[in-house]
Design a binder for this molecule. Structure first.
Ligand code: MUC
Ligand code: MG
Length: 367
């Protein structure tokens, strides 16, 4: 059971509603399908989402690094030699979503080889997760309307509100409008994607003191090291490290340095293997985690779901799993579903998804 081939297939599926946030926006899922084949004829898949404003990757760079560096490094290795794969691929710095997609495609192939779901192989804690929905930048009334529609249609009652615009008052008004429109029973939390200074973030937190936020994420840049620590010390709710802590080493640095009190885990950047490492580190440190979303497509969301359901720590809070709802289409033979605010893991082997070859032929962009 060896890795026989690794492919990187660029594809493009538009979002019906672009997601906008302080560091960028996503209008099209111009992602890369990473597909591995084993010597037994088993196929494993995952997707890499290029987010240049977060990780410096592009669709072209992901295809290039997978084809030119990663494929030659891992073809011929035993499928289960994950630490060998990790060591070889780790010789290349950066490229987190390309590495993560390769890792998850290998796990998918292993699950399909032994006929077991990946969420079981990873820990098998539960079979469904509560879902949280990300509300991107728009006019206040449109953001409230979107949250109400998502709550009424899918039963979702947890919302991440994108903030970080100037002036601070505009975003504060949005959050107040969401609380007024949705009532006290929904969870609201903020993600600034580094848009504010520490002083602006502190001002927003003071103005929102009575709104009942459950946590905040990357309101200001972690690179403003002392200002960030100052803010985190004054923050009345957990302060989540997301893009400032994509690796276990970053998590250690940010948490022990006092720049975060909670961590977002995204399989899109740490795959299954390194997400397991980050989750274990946080459990050992006593730091809560939340399952984040890299504006993943359906394949990425199925992967995040499988990982989130595998452990207690990652299934405690609603997981960000709903960005695929705004995709015009997907590559799956069976679409994902959200019902009564939850997503159930796919029962089949691997990550439980199958790529529809006709759809892949339609959406792939490499001719
Ligand atoms: C998030 O949680 O920040 C937007 C930018 C990014 O890197 O991820 C998304 C969502
Ligand atoms: Mg974030």
């Amino acid at each position: 059971m060896k890795v026989e081939s690794v492919e990187a297939i660029p594809f493009s599926i538009p979002f019906t509603k672009p997601v906008r946030f302080a560091s960028g926006q996503v209008e099209v899922a111009d992602h890369v399908l990473v597909r591995v084949r084993t010597s037994d004829g088993v196929t494993g898949v995952a997707e890499a989402p290029p987010r240049p404003y977060t990780y410096g990757e592009t669709q072209t760079s992901i295809v290039a690094v997978v084809e030119q560096l990663f494929a030659p490094a891992v073809v011929g290795l035993p499928l289960l030699a994950r630490e060998q794969v990790r060591a070889r691929v780790g010789r290349t710095v950066g490229n987190p979503t390309a590495k993560a997609a390769l890792d998850m495609a290998l796990w998918d192939a292993w699950g399909k080889t032994c006929g077991r779901p990946v969420h079981e192989l990873l820990g098998g804690f539960t079979d469904s997760l509560a879902v949280s929905h990300m509300v991107g930048f728009d006019e206040p009334a449109a953001m409230v309307a979107e949250a109400e529609r998502v709550r009424d249609t899918y039963g979702i009652t947890s919302f991440k509100v994108k903030v970080g615009r100037r002036p601070v008052h505009a975003d504060v008004a949005v959050v107040r409008a969401l609380r007024a429109g949705l009532g006290e029973d929904v969870e609201l939390y903020l993600d600034g994607n580094r848009g504010w200074t520490a002083a602006e973030a502190a001002q927003a937190l003071r103005m929102l003191d009575d709104v009942g936020l459950s946590r905040v994420e990357e309101l200001d840049p972690a690179d403003d090291v002392l200002a960030r620590r100052w803010l985190v010390q004054r923050c009345p709710v957990p302060y989540v490290a997301d893009e400032s802590a994509p690796t276990a080493a970053d998590v250690t640095r940010e948490v022990l340095g006092g720049s975060a009190t909670m961590v977002s885990i995204k399989t899109a950047r740490t795959g299954f293997t390194d997400s397991t490492q980050v989750a274990g580190l946080c459990e050992g440190l006593g730091v809560p985690v939340a399952l984040g979303n890299q504006v993943d497509g359906s394949i990425g969301s199925a992967c995040a779901l499988a990982f989130g359901a595998s452990r207690r720590s990652t299934s405690l809070l609603p997981a960000e799993l709903s960005n695929w709802l705004d995709l015009a289409d997907d590559l799956l033979t069976e679409p994902l579903t959200i019902a009564e605010g939850r997503m159930a893991v796919r029962g089949g082997p691997g990550t439980g998804i199958e790529v529809d070859e006709e759809k892949l032929a339609r959406f792939r962009t490499d001719g």
